[in-house]
Design a protein around this ligand. Structure first.
Ligand code: MLT
Ligand code: MN
Ligand code: ZN
Length: 283
């Protein structure tokens, strides 16, 4: 299995256009850039699936050699898109795929409903290309091209702010990808610890939005925004050795945005690191 990180920042990216915090300023000065969270995964290196479609998707696709069209064709190795949430940073790029002839879209019923009503980009996409909707369910495995078996793990009912009027449901998920070569887990929005995510996995990608619970100040705790802070998770990783752990979806306030951050040493102690845009994992 191959996994290419397309983007590794939370909503807004890093640096964020309207932010002059210490990390954004440093990133601007040094030319450090993280685009918004998403990745591409393939079981055989030929058929690829996007997980999330960020507003930065076009730039991300152009930077990814594996998903170029075969020369002389107007074709794509991208077979479909899976969503871990309906948040804007995970979905705004969907319309950027409208030039394809068909697209399979995998998400929970709640996420599909949001993308057809409160924020109807999936409905709009249907005017440009053939959209096949797949409703994924917690714990029910499904198969994708290239020998990928996928299991959805529903994590929370945290709705996007634009969807506040929609019913409670399965709003935030992780995916567990399995081939004969190994198990890869992608959980960029984790609000509480789920041991079943890490059991038997080779690589687990976790929510790295915030390093600390009070990173945005005492009035805006990370947990109140549906994100388990990295420093709360590190002891749990120590108690669950085995997988390699990687943090992604970094908010621009997180000092780990910057390469060489001293806090990386705390992660290394529990076999954890921070993802970078363009980074390739082979599992
Ligand atoms: C989140 O990850 O909590 C959301 O994407 C926040 C946002 O709207 O950017
Ligand atoms: Mn987000
Ligand atoms: Zn900032």
């Amino acid at each position: 299995m191959k996994v290419r990180f397309l983007g590794t920042a939370a909503g807004g990216g890093a640096p964020q256009w309207n932010c002059g915090c210490r990390v954004c300023e440093h990133a601007r000065r040094e030319g450090v850039s993280r685009t918004q969270d998403g990745l591409a995964v393939s079981g055989d290196g030929a058929s690829w699936y996007l997980v999330n479609a960020s507003p930065d998707l076009r730039t991300q696709l152009l930077a990814t050699p594996e998903i170029r069209p075969p020369p002389g064709t107007r074709d794509t190795p991208i077979r479909g898109v899976l969503f871990t949430s309906a948040e804007l940073d995970h979905t705004l790029g969907l319309l950027g795929l409208r030039e394809t002839t068909a697209l399979d879209v995998y998400a929970t019923a709640s996420v599909h409903d949001a993308l057809k009503t409160a924020f109807p980009i999936e409905a709009a996409l249907g005017g440009y290309t053939r959209v096949r909707e797949h409703r994924v369910r917690d714990g029910e495995p499904f198969d994708l091209d290239g020998g990928l078996r996928v299991t959805t793990v529903v994590l929370s009912g945290k709705r996007p702010r634009y969807a506040a009027a929609l019913p409670a449901g399965e709003w935030v998920s992780a995916y567990r990808f399995e081939t004969s070569g190994g198990v890869f887990v992608y959980a960029p929005g984790l609000s509480t610890w789920h041991t079943e995510l890490v059991t038997g996995a080779d690589v687990v990608v976790l929510d790295g939005t915030f390093l600390t619970e009070d990173e945005l100040g005492p009035d805006r705790p990370a947990s109140g925004m549906g994100h388990l802070a990295i420093r709360e998770v590190l002891p749990l990783l120590g108690a669950h050795p085995g997988p390699r752990y990687v943090f992604t979806h970094l908010n621009n306030t997180n000092p780990l945005v910057l390469p060489g951050a001293p806090e990386l040493a705390e992660l290394a102690e529990v076999n954890a690191s921070v993802a970078a845009d363009g980074h390739l994992l082979e599992i």
